[in-house]
Design a protein around this ligand. Sequence first.
Ligand code: PMP
Length: 281
Amino acid sequence: MILFNRGFMEKDDAIVDIEDRGYQFGDGVYEFIRVYDGVCFEMERHVQRLKLSALKIELALPYPLEDITRNLKQLVEKNGLLNGYIYAQITRGVAPRAHHFPGSASSVLVAYVQHAERPVEKTTHGIHAILTEDIRWKRCDIKSLNLLPNVLAKQLAKKHGCDEAIMHRGATVSEGSSSNVYMVEKNVIYTHPINNLILNGITRIGVLEMARENGFRVVEEAFTVNELLETEEVFITSTAMEICPVVQVDQTQIGSGQPGRVTRTLQQAFEHRIALNSGGN
Ligand code: PMP
């Protein structure tokens, strides 16, 4: 079953209009929400970010956020989803093709679920990443449907046998193609500050909370590619990859080449939060 505006229907019965502005212009926003043991993880933060992304592109929600939230939870139930994701997107709707906003179109919400296991292998052993120039626009804070630079960066990573592309604007590391990036030096966790150049990751918010709870100092300041390559630990975070160690960047081994101690501590704290979330069912 999928969610189409307010209604639930079979996936094959849903029809995307060729003049949907999401399809033609990438004119819309989305969220990707983790479900653990049948319970949505960080649901409130995700729907609030969806609302904020919509606001930033002057997109009206098709109906109130509380109802959207309730419908997304129902979607999980109707599909009997235990472990996986919700993908939800809102576009500016259907109208004859013209760049400016249509006068009358109503925004369109589509959401569906994907069954998926947790990325245990990668979070246990760590991943390899490549470096690539961040060629995106200057509103990376908006979770927009325009993902072509991210797609190209991830494909480049794959071509090199890596799992993530760490992007940089000039010398400055911004974020991953679909994750936030951190480095650890002498028990201090560094990550790019929240501004228009990165996405305010929901996992990032939780990780920085857990870091402080565990007594680590957090410095939200941009760092350089050279600093990244010479640091003790690197990790990425995202809804899909959770907290994942990066043990090699391009040809450079990070630290000992094994997941680091601070990363491990944060992963343990994260497990605790997941367990609490599932308990709240
Ligand atoms: N940055 C980018 C560019 C992303 O696509 C993602 C994944 N949505 C993230 C960061 C991490 O965000 P979150 O923790 O909310 O999944």
